[in-house]
Design a protein. Structure first.
Length: 74
């Protein structure tokens, strides 16, 4: 039996979402000041593009929000 579009979405969303969560958890390890030194500016430079991309991805799922149909990276 062929996989439906919703089944494919659910399978891939779970896999990709869990992979992303694992990567974020690994990223948070960099906050350990016993092992790493960083400035607030470096933290901002790290998280600003991540937060921007997450906002863009979320907006693509929002039907009420106008979309150009593509992501524009700066």
């Amino acid at each position: 039996m062929a996989e439906t579009k919703n089944e494919r979405f659910r399978r891939l969303a779970e896999s990709r979402g869990n992979r992303l969560i694992r990567e974020i958890q690994i990223l948070s390890n960099l906050s350990n000041r016993k092992n790493y030194a960083y400035t607030p500016e470096q933290v901002r430079q790290l998280f600003d593009p991540i937060e921007d991309e997450l906002s863009k991805a979320r907006a693509m799922f929002d039907e009420d929000m106008p979309s150009e149909g593509k992501v524009k990276l700066s």
